[in-house]
Write a protein that binds this ligand. Structure first.
Ligand code: WT7
Length: 650
């Protein structure tokens, strides 16, 4: 964003009412400061029911490999479902499901318990036992959540692959974690029509090496009559619906793997981020309680993320369900069949706590104030933002038009790796500063440092680091301990390097400024420049590619690609076609979200004398800035060529 990111003149102190009602009280910070481990032990016992209590809070002796709540045993699914029923809340709605075509289903905690038990029994029948990986490639429907909880119940780590990813992306993730079963659906609804998923699974499995997958469990969502492979594919309604609702939840070790979730890094190969059970559940439940301020039994909560991302794992599935919250789960897009769809659902379901991404807020701003104004959003009392920095303008719009000038906004900073919210204001406690994520949560320690690991002065930009371990931290990169150490713990000794630039303002509020590595953030989704570059060079006409994330008013960043063609090049009219073909190719290789906004065919790329592509210069060009210092280039005329050519095309 071109906008300033300094403290705005006005801040918003909490209302008396918010302060009184809020779960978080101001003394939470002091409690955590006074006794770090004691604080987390308290949260662990407050938010989670343990089958066996833990005897050590943190074991950091093998740093950076952490163990939290050592000796403790729990069943995550029991915590998310059964105990609410046992406590007499079985009739409470867990999920208000809204399908894109308009179908609706309310699922109570008692029903959810039955469904999870049935799915756990069915998965066992299909050969899944503790420790087996299960891939989940699904639309946003209740069966996705049921399937994940069934895996958690069995101690079978799930690997959810976002339904918008391609079959190639699915295949590499299945291969990496050697999934034994894939849970999928024939299709999910997108803008009024069923968009197929099952064919992508078939394609992925055709090419999968090792053949780890034995069974594919298929939910019929779209009535699209997919091909079913004899002996491998089974219908959910055949095996789950008839299964028993009795299933004993075995306790698993606190450090038992709960899931793997792949995310983009600075190299071409996505990283399988590993999360375990106890610490993850404690921090997701705690943060959902203090930052989103959910009051189970009173609130109707809605997180608009897809379960395929960490936000969906932590703040649709585990955090809110552990807390016994009632929530909305919506299958579709915000603008189908009309641009007020979200607000219509929020009105009809009486949503009180709403959590979304800045890119969506900016889209709604563009669609116009009159759209949310048509709906009664008066019940909304807390708003949240996640995924990228929220510019103050969007923040103010969100508060005024969705939060009727009253609802506190929590701008929550965290990552796939952190598992749960790390930096955020607390409703009822913090004086809100539009555009800033403000303060580390009680129990979380962060710093902003320079290259020598020295804390920077207020107002100076530095690198965001986490200085103490935290319960929901990643336990590693699946199958690659070295890469885990290298990526997060090698830049500074004993400090977790998050990959973001940030600064403190004069009042000590944190402003997260964005990635400092070759990771882009497009509409709150993380994409790797290297991954898209390798997708481009896998096209037979491309010799070399460079990708940058250029600032974009709507999506935060946009993917801009520069490619050099192989021998023969392309004629002018061929170029247009080829550009579309390359965009489509990236879409096929990775998924539509990775499609470059623009592809520029060039004859050279700017390189240093040692042969490294100077992305910084390409970014200047893509963002229409004057190109900076080119003295280290092998050939400085390259930049003139690229610039002139790009401008001619705009
Ligand atoms: C990256 C992590 C956390 C769930 C969604 C994204 C950026 C995230 C904020 C925020 C500024 C943010 C960071 C971070 N980010 N939240 N509130 N303010 N930047 O998870 O895909 O793992 O991406 O998203 O750059 O490193 P992710």
């Amino acid at each position: 964003m071109a906008e300033e990111t300094t403290t705005e003149a006005h801040t918003y102190p909490p209302s008396e009412q918010t302060t009184q009602y809020a779960n978080a009280k101001a003394d939470l910070y002091e409690q955590a400061d006074a006794d770090f481990e004691g604080f987390w032990a308290d949260q662990a016992r407050k938010y989670v029911t343990w089958g066996t209590d833990f005897d050590q809070v943190l074991d950091w002796s093998d740093a950076p490999f952490a163990k939290w709540f050592v000796g403790g045993e729990l069943n995550v699914a029991y915590n998310c479902v059964d105990r609410h029923v046992e406590e007499g809340n079985g009739d409470r709605v867990a999920i208000h499901f809204v399908g894109e075509p308009g179908d609706e289903r309310d699922i109570t905690y008692a029903q959810l318990k039955d469904e999870v038990c049935k799915a756990a029994n069915a998965l066992s029948e299909l050969g899944v036992s503790k420790g087996d990986a299960v891939a989940v490639y699904m639309p946003m429907i209740p069966e996705t959540i049921i399937g994940m909880l069934a895996c958690a119940r069995l101690g079978a780590p799930h690997s959810v692959v976002f339904g918008g990813f391609s079959s190639d992306a699915l295949r590499s993730r299945i291969d990496d974690c050697k999934a034994k079963v894939v849970i999928t659906a024939d299709a999910g609804y997108r803008r009024g029509t069923p968009s197929p998923l099952k064919p992508a699974v078939d394609k992925a499995l055709e090419k999968a090496d090792g053949g780890s997958v034995e069974k594919v469990l298929v939910v019929n969502r779209g009535d699209t009559d997919p091909e079913m492979k004899e002996g491998r594919d089974v219908w959910w309604h055949d095996v789950v619906d008839s299964a028993s609702t009795e299933h004993t939840a075995e306790n698993h070790d606190s450090e038992h793997p709960l899931f793997i979730l792949y995310t983009s890094g600075t190299t071409g190969k996505p990283k399988g981020i590993l999360h375990t059970s106890g610490g993850y559940l404690v921090q997701t439940a705690y943060t959902n309680s203090v930052a989103h301020d959910v009051h189970p039994g009173e609130d109707v909560y809605w997180c608009t993320a897809d379960v395929g991302w960490i936000t969906g794992h932590s703040y649709i599935v585990y955090g809110p369900l552990a807390n016994g919250v009632t929530q909305v789960v919506y299958e579709g897009t915000p603008d189908s069949p009309h641009k007020g769809r979200w607000w219509e659902i929020a009105q009809n379901k009486g949503v009180t706590v709403f959590y979304t991404a800045p890119t969506a807020i900016r889209a709604c701003m563009k669609w116009g104030d009159d759209i949310p104004a048509k709906f009664d959003l008066s019940k909304i009392r807390i708003l949240g933002s996640v995924g990228e920095p929220i510019n103050p303008q969007a923040w103010e719009w969100y508060r005024e038009h969705i939060g009727h000038d009253e609802a506190p906004i929590v701008d929550t900073w965290w990552q796939t790796e952190t598992g749960a919210i790390m930096i955020s204001p607390l409703p009822g406690v913090t004086d809100l500063v539009p555009g800033s994520a403000q303060k580390p949560l009680p129990g979380i320690a962060v710093e902003i440092v320079d290259d020598e690991a020295k804390p920077v002065e207020r107002g100076q930009t530095g690198l965001l680091v986490v200085t103490k371990p935290w319960p929901s931290m990643l336990r590693g990169i699946f199958g690659d301990n070295e890469r885990y150490k290298q990526t997060y713990w090698s830049r500074f000794e004993n400090l977790y390097f998050a990959g973001d630039g940030a600064k403190f303002d004069e009042d000590g509020n944190i402003w997260v400024l964005g990635r400092v590595d070759d990771v882009m953030n497009v509409s709150g989704h993380r994409l790797s420049t290297a991954e898209i570059e390798s997708a481009l060079v896998s096209h037979d006409r491309v010799a070399e590619a460079a990708v940058v994330g250029a600032t974009d008013d709507m999506t935060g960043q946009a993917v801009v690609a520069f490619v050099i063609l192989r021998e023969g090049g392309a004629s002018d009219e061929d170029q247009e076609k080829l550009v579309q073909e390359l965009r489509g190719h990236v879409g096929n290789e990775i998924g539509p979200i990775a499609k470059p906004k623009s592809v520029m065919i060039v004859s050279e790329l700017p390189k240093t004398r040692s042969g490294k592509i100077m992305r910084r210069l390409l970014k200047d060009v893509a963002e229409n800035r004057d190109v900076g210092d080119t003295s280290t280039l092998t050939d400085s005329s390259v930049m003139d060529f690229i610039k002139n050519n790009l401008q001619a095309k705009k």
